[in-house]
Design a protein around this ligand. Structure first.
Ligand code: THU
Length: 139
């Protein structure tokens, strides 16, 4: 689904998130989520939620994408896309906002999508105002 109000880069990132969502392991919530990140070197990392019979061991799509990128040595997230089959575009949980914030700057944007061509686009700073981050530990 091409969303005409978004750039090619943004549409492509949503498609990556959509593809990752297909691999979701979410038998308990039945709520598959896909996420994709665009890093500062132009690379794209994806994640999907992975649940566990011990529910607390589950992990969200966004954090899996971030941890994959960090493991490969990337450190700066430019753009995030998140998609789920929701009425309103799916919004990231507080923990994921905090983890994305660790590797973002004031320009990092987050696109929330669903399957009705609805889009919401925010700066991360709007989703996590007055954040606590690396700068706060540097004196
Ligand atoms: N979930 C995500 O993966 N990302 C979000 O932004 C919201 C919630 C997952 C966690 C859990 O596997 C399922 O969705 C229901 O909360």
């Amino acid at each position: 689904m091409i969303r005409s109000d978004l750039s090619q880069e943004e549409n492509s990132l949503i498609e990556h998130a959509e593809r990752a969502r297909k691999n979701s392991y979410s038998p308990y919530s039945q709520f598959p989520v896909g996420a994709a990140l665009l890093l500062d070197d132009g690379s794209i990392y994806t994640g999907t939620n992975v649940e566990n019979a011990s529910y607390g061991a589950s992990l969200c799509a966004e954090r899996i994408a971030v941890f994959k990128a960090i493991t490969d040595g990337l450190r700066k997230i430019r753009l995030v896309a998140i998609i789920a089959d929701t009425k309103d575009p799916c919004s990231p949980c507080g923990l994921c906002r905090q983890v994305i914030n660790e590797f973002s700057d004031e320009n990092t944007e987050v696109i929330l999508a669903n399957f009705s061509a609805q889009i919401k686009k925010y700066k991360l700073t709007e989703l996590l105002p007055e954040s606590f981050g690396p700068k706060d530990l540097m004196g």
